[in-house]
Write a protein of this length. Structure first.
Length: 113
């Protein structure tokens, strides 16, 4: 199923649950944060106890929950998540820099050595 198809299904589910009101956006934002921390826990557990099928699926499920909460938040505040992703890609696609200790550092943020 495509991202758009899944997005539409999430929004239909959220509409059925009466979640798609702009005045709920602050609560939805907190739900996004909650799901990010749940993902963080699964990510660290997977790294601590080794990569196994169950840990991987739990981590993927939590990442999916982040997408669900973001899609609902986007709808509440009137932005298209696909357009947001496209804009972010346009912003980064020509970016130069270096990866240092696993973090990408933009060229303009690199300290001359």
């Amino acid at each position: 199923m495509s991202f758009k198809d899944l997005k539409d299904k999430v929004l239909s589910w959220a509409d059925d649950k009466d979640l798609l009101h702009e005045e709920n956006a602050d609560k939805q934002f907190m739900k996004v944060i909650e799901e990010v921390f749940e993902f963080k826990s699964e990510f660290y557990l997977r790294n601590m106890f080794g990569d196994n099928e169950f840990a991987y699926k739990d981590m993927m499920l939590e990442m999916g929950d982040i997408f669900v909460t973001l899609i609902i938040l986007c709808e509440q505040i009137g932005v298209d998540p696909e357009e947001c992703l496209s804009m972010a890609y346009e912003k980064i696609k020509g970016r130069s820099g270096r990866t240092i200790n696993g973090n990408f550092i933009k060229e303009e943020d690199l300290i001359d050595e």
